[in-house]
Design a protein around this ligand. Sequence first.
Ligand SMILES: Nc1ncnc2c1ncn2[C@@H]1O[C@H](COP(=O)(O)OP(=O)(O)OP(=O)(O)O)[C@@H](O)[C@H]1O
Ligand SMILES: [Mg+2]
Length: 330
Amino acid sequence: MSVQRDDVVVGAAAGLAAVVERIEQVAPTDAPVLLEGETGSGKELLARRIHARSHRAEGPMIRVNCGAIPAELVDSELFGHERGSFTGAIGTRQGWFERADGGTLFLDEVAELPLAAQVRLLRVLQEGTFTRVGGTKDLRVSVRVVTATHRDLRAMCEEGTFRSDLWYRIGVFTVRIPPLRDRPEDVAPLAAHFARKSGVSLTGVPLVPTPSELEALRGYAWPGNVRELAAVVERAAILGGGRRLEIAAALGDARPTSPPTVASSSAVATPAGALATLDDAMRAHIARALSVTRGRIEGRGGAAHLLGVNPHTLRGKMRRLRIDWSVYRT
Ligand SMILES: Nc1ncnc2c1ncn2[C@@H]1O[C@H](COP(=O)(O)OP(=O)(O)OP(=O)(O)O)[C@@H](O)[C@H]1O
Ligand SMILES: [Mg+2]
């Protein structure tokens, strides 16, 4: 479940200085950490940083998306199950807690955990022990728990959808990551970082945004935060054929607009109004689908499905057009 990724934290000395300082303070301890922040603000990146700076860095770092597990399987996923404990439990399975032994368990979207699973989680955090589903033996593991959410846990506790005792426990040390619009000083360094990466991946040569391009980027509100900025810069690089950044066109695609007409569609027109080549239009269109699906190609709701093509065909086109899906991946 965990994939190694580039873990540079841009803005560590600027807009994220206070956040990074708190992370560095708590990382070496075994205290649970709750990361709060809007979508795309960097929660997962910082969770990985906590692990990397802890004495568990050599151990496993396992991310579990609590929102993606069907409610009836949460217990078995987290705590494992014994053979035959329910229909479909063919063999004994280790849960994520056991697999993360000696390392860090990152419970992403923790607010989505059903109430019954919240009780079990609280017990592990308090007592360090749990049993597999259908098991009787108490198991003990050494796991540091980092959680993240984009939701307001206090409000959820008030409405009774999140247990307040669990909230106190996971929230011993809470780090709130400010949205990008509240740290405009980070926009330029982030854009430069993503432009460098996009250029290298498209042509081998890093791209550098001009001052006026940075100005345009600073003027946008970034509801999707850093992930959206990364996608806009990547799209700008693709639209510019990997040789320059078409920031205006890429931003045009990011902003909600009235339904495009043939003349105004930014996906098929360059800023000068001239028609883009078919390859450029296709690149921009595929990039847009990938931003929507966060890099997912296959399956229902994947980019291939959205675009009405076979995943194999889409992968082929992406290879030819040199589109790097991992940039959109979350
Ligand atoms: N400060 C930063 N420096 C460099 N890259 C960043 C920074 N913040 C976020 N990113 C990048 O932006 C993307 C989104 O970040 P991340 O996945 O950590 O967000 P998130 O808060 O977990 O979002 P979500 O709530 O949607 O899961 C990732 O590719 C991440 O590497
Ligand atoms: Mg995340």
